[in-house]
Design a binder for this molecule. Structure first.
Ligand code: GDP
Length: 166
């Protein structure tokens, strides 16, 4: 079976861990977990008649922006950048992170998730944000790790993207 490494990146508390839990275990937890360390979860999805094992790398309880380590990204085929629809600043962090990731990974596929869509959204990406991020609109999703909205769809999309570029 094909196995692909996917890294979750984004500002503190945007919902990286919660999105992975929703996708892998169909669980949502309001509690904030501050365990430090890298957690690797996996789930298989079938895409275009092929099974793909997604290895989902998540740094728990760490501000990925300040703690960014190129070694975390090594070997990743896909990067899921997460922002928080209630905190406009998280899109600025997303832009900076994308830039940093590109210094380490040259062929990665990117997804942008604007998470917490179950809460009242305070912002949407501007055209300028999208130009800076350079992520196709097909690869941007408003998600909720709480209700599960678009979560399955988004992870399936990254599976599709990394499969196409193997
Ligand atoms: P991380 O630091 O990016 O991994 O963020 P977490 O997954 O730990 O989530 C941070 C906080 O936001 C936790 O209290 C979660 O319960 C909450 N949270 C995460 N995703 C959502 C969501 O889609 N909707 C709501 N309402 N809360 C969320």
């Amino acid at each position: 079976m094909i196995s692909k490494k996917i890294c979750m990146v984004g500002a503190f508390a945007v919902g990286k861990t919660s999105l992975v839990r929703q996708f892998v275990e169909s669980i949502f937890d309001e509690k904030y977990h501050t365990t430090i360390g890298v957690k690797i979860d996996k789930r298989q999805v079938s895409v275009k008649d092929k099974m793909v094992q997604l290895m989902l790398w998540d740094i728990e309880g760490v501000d990925v922006f300040t703690e960014f380590k190129p070694s975390y990204l090594r070997g990743a085929s896909g990067v899921i950048i997460v922002a928080d629809s209630t905190r406009p600043k998280t899109i600025e962090v997303a832009k900076q992170i994308k830039h940093e990731v590109e210094l380490t990974l040259s062929n990665a596929q990117f997804l942008l998730l604007i998470n917490k869509s179950d809460l009242a959204a305070k912002w949407q990406p501007t055209e300028n944000d999208l130009i800076h991020l350079d992520i196709d609109s097909n690869n941007i999703f408003n998600t909720s790790a709480k209700t599960g909205s678009n979560v399955e769809k988004a992870f399936r999309r990254i599976a599709e993207l990394v499969l196409d570029t193997q």
